[in-house]
Write a protein that binds this ligand. Sequence first.
Ligand code: SF4
Length: 178
Amino acid sequence: MKPKVATVWLGGCSGCHMSFLDLDERLIDLAEKMELVFSPIADIKEFPRDVDVTLVEGAVANVEHEEFAHIIRRNSRYVVSFGDCAVTGNVTAMRNAIDTEAVLHRSYVELADINPHIPREYPTIAELMPQARPLHEHITVDAYIHGCPPTAEQIWSAVSELLQGRMPALSHVYLRYG
Ligand code: SF4
């Protein structure tokens, strides 16, 4: 049976997933070696059980991310912080020095073209957390892929190791922060 792989998009810009797609023809090799069971590039609504490897892009920035992070952890053998926003907070955490209400006001009132108001209906939009934090501050993380975004080479190397049940070795070449 092929290893089950998931990729998740939390508080990030999707650039890490774009870099994943930069694997180009190697995606065909990967498709033969693994089964993609959940991803923003697949129309699957619920996170499945018994996933072997989950790559998580983005920081934990809102309450929905936090809840999802725990669902991922419960159902994944290996959880990987995928890119610098997941690893350190990076770009997503740049707003941490600013009061959350000021961030919301800037986003939803000052920059609104129509209907300026701060949404407070949390069933339709997730409540922002006071700070965007790296994934490992919320759940146990097994491996880290650095970079903003990680290069296709880094992703290929790390995923290849993980699919063989090995932890990817960190190289100084890969310790490049955004
Ligand atoms: Fe985007 Fe860089 Fe964050 Fe990846 S690490 S989500 S590319 S800002």
